[in-house]
Design a protein around this ligand. Structure first.
Ligand SMILES: Cc1cc2nc3c(=O)[nH]c(=O)nc-3n(C[C@H](O)[C@H](O)[C@H](O)COP(=O)(O)O)c2cc1C
Length: 504
């Protein structure tokens, strides 16, 4: 039926909600013998090694999170800069031995450490790299060559001639292999894939800013054209976003036809399971016809319902120079596994919220509103808050200690109870769907992932901890009612003092 049939997103959202009862009634168990491999491997395909002496950026993290290069800025991109961006987005940063197995953790958080996102790179004008379409392989820091030549013109045509793509030196294409996340989260994995792409994007955009390279995120594109280019099987791998990096004055080469790609990939596990509800929402969100693409590319969001102010609280923030360098932050980042029930300062919280709230350069507008439960922040009364992203101000909705509620809402995980603040990204999904069709559903979740990823980076850059959390959907909406009337929670991020680690 297509992108305009928004009942598809409504139904999908409803049937993938978590509740106290649904979690207990679920018969699902984890089949460890069938756990999908987190890497896409093309055996036998030629690949190029990326440089390993990376010298990651020392630009203060908070500066990288709040700055953008204007799209007209045309700094060169060389292989080293491109590698730093890819490594900061999705590189392997830590290793842990559990039993007989080595687990590798990456630069960005991923729900369940399942890493469903794949990154493809269309290089047009990169010093030291032959123009071509590549697949990024984080495991060995290499890129597999998929197609030779300059594919920018082809991708720009698929992206409604978006100027940033038409002039990009590099276009990144991000997809999700749903099965990796479905293995644990079943159909709800569709949401997780957007969150995980968002945390990767938070890192990628900060790394690009630190390199003084412009970056724009695009989600309005012709899905079949990109699937054909990347050679992906649309039933199991879906396009999530494009990122246009840098600007070149070289005009895009005429687009050759994308002949079918015949490269084999290694199966991820012995038995891939497809969840029909996920397959359906993915199908109904694809932009297939020229009309669908043009409608979404030109869509405008209705103004939001006015939100009555309960009184703005402006707090001092910390200067960028006091935050760790971006490279150090990314290597230091990991999800806190336990918090110490200690306070962070109001200035730290205000700084993290401001950094998180920055909307990326994107072809979709801000769709997400931010709410919080403040458990312990010196200088800010405990309570439930709305955070005004534009005014960078807190508004107290109800005062009091809500540690118990915070712990309950995030699926009864102690992390919510013990953190200093539980950040809740919410959206009026009906408004997003009315403007962008089902595509707006993915956009809102992607944006929440980006904002959540930014909160992670800001927290770690100040020596604090963070973790993404999932939640009971309707109970969270009820908790923030009536202020959050009509809004759905999209993602939670807990911020706090990691247990057994005092501030560096
Ligand atoms: C969207 C999202 C949801 C997450 N949900 C939870 C959660 O509910 N509980 C939890 O303990 N960790 C959660 N995490 C943290 C992941 O488990 C963690 O990112 C993953 O294990 C990788 O480890 P790292 O972040 O330390 O690199 C979540 C992370 C993301 C990005």
């Amino acid at each position: 039926m297509g992108n305009e049939y928004i009942e598809a997103a409504r139904v999908f959202h409803e049937i993938t909600k978590h509740s106290y009862t649904s979690v207990r009634a679920s018969p699902h168990f984890l089949d460890w013998d069938n756990k999908p491999m987190p890497y896409k491997i093309y055996p036998g395909a030629a690949s190029v090694a990326l440089p390993r002496d990376l010298n990651l950026s020392s630009t203060p993290t908070l500066a990288a999170l709040s700055s953008y290069m204007p799209a007209e800025f045309s700094a060169a991109i060389d292989t080293a800069a491109l590698t730093r961006i890819l490594f900061c987005a999705d590189g392997l940063t830590r290793q842990k031995r559990v039993g007989d197995d080595d687990y590798h953790f990456r630069a960005a958080a991923s729900a369940g450490a399942l890493y469903p996102i794949e990154i493809y790179v269309a290089a047009s004008d990169v010093d030291g790299l032959e123009s071509g379409l590549y697949h990024f392989s984080p495991a060995d820091l290499r890129m597999t060559g998929l197609r030779r030549g300059d594919w920018r013109g082809y991708i720009a045509s698929a992206a409604a001639k978006r100027p940033s793509v038409l002039h990009a030196r590099v276009v990144i294409a991000m997809s999700a292999i749903y099965w990796r996340s479905e293995w644990k989260y079943r159909a709800r994995a569709y949401r997780y894939c957007y969150w995980d792409a968002g945390t990767i994007l938070a890192n990628m955009l900060a790394a690009a800013a630190a390199e003084e390279i412009s970056a724009e995120v695009i989600t309005a594109f012709d899905d079949p054209a990109l699937e054909a280019l990347l050679g992906i099987d649309t039933e199991r791998e879906g396009m999530i976003a494009l990122v246009a990096l840098g600007r070149t004055e070289q005009s895009a080469a005429p687009s050759p036809a994308a002949e079918p790609l015949t490269l084999e990939t290694i199966p991820l596990s012995s038995n891939e399971v497809a969840y029909p509800d996920l397959v359906k929402i993915h199908r109904e969100s694809r932009l297939v016809t020229a009309d669908e693409l043009a409608t979404v590319a030109a869509a405008k969001l209705d103004s939001a319902r006015p939100i009555p102010s309960t009184g703005a609280i402006h707090l001092d923030t910390i200067t960028s120079e006091e935050s760790a360098g971006l490279g150090e932050t990314i290597l230091r980042r990991g999800s806190s596994r336990a918090f110490a029930q200690e306070a962070i300062t109001a200035a730290e919280l205000a700084t993290i919220m401001a950094a998180s709230s920055e909307h990326p350069q994107a072809d979709f507008p801000p769709l997400t509103d931010t709410y919080l439960i403040v458990n312990a922040a010196t200088g800010l009364e405990p309570g439930a808050y709305y955070y005004d992203r534009d005014a960078r101000a807190f508004e107290l909705l109800k005062a009091g200690s809500f540690r118990g509620e915070a712990g309950y809402l995030c699926l009864e995980q102690p992390l919510g109870m013990d953190c200093s603040a539980l950040v809740v990204y919410m959206a009026d999904l009906e408004r997003a769907l009315a403007a962008f069709g089902n595509r707006g559903y993915g956009d809102a979740h992607l944006e929440a992932g980006i904002l959540g990823g930014r909160a992670y980076l800001a927290a770690y850059s100040l020596g604090r901890g963070a973790t993404g959390l999932t939640f009971y959907d309707d109970d969270t909406s009820k908790f923030f009612a009536p202020h959050a009337g009509g809004k759905s929670p999209l993602l939670m991020v807990a911020i706090g003092v990691p247990r057994s680690r005092t501030k560096a």
